[in-house]
Write a protein that binds this ligand. Structure first.
Ligand SMILES: [Zn+2]
Length: 83
């Protein structure tokens, strides 16, 4: 199992690489701890939904990314049972 610091390093490396290739990023707040996170920005008219783990607090949440904004939801099964 990965530790939170490994997860944070991997996420930041991944985003740094994306940024250096000119991939657009979009910032949002973690629904668990309210820290700022960022993710790859989808092209116009695309919606990407995925399960994510916050690299600040380790909380799991569902992320819906669009070109304009990122919406987040904490699924009930994740807030009840930590995995
Ligand atoms: Zn968090």
């Amino acid at each position: 199992m990965e530790s939170l610091s490994d997860l944070r390093k991997e996420a930041i490396d991944y985003l740094d690489q994306a940024k250096s290739r000119g991939v657009p990023l979009i910032a949002f707040k973690c629904p668990c701890c309210n820290e700022e996170l960022s993710t790859i920005q989808p092209p116009n008219d695309e919606v990407w939904d995925t399960l994510s783990t916050c690299w600040h607090c380790g909380g799991g949440f569902f992320k819906i990314s669009t070109h304009k904004e990122v919406r987040t939801q904490i699924p009930p099964q994740l807030s009840n049972a930590k995995q």
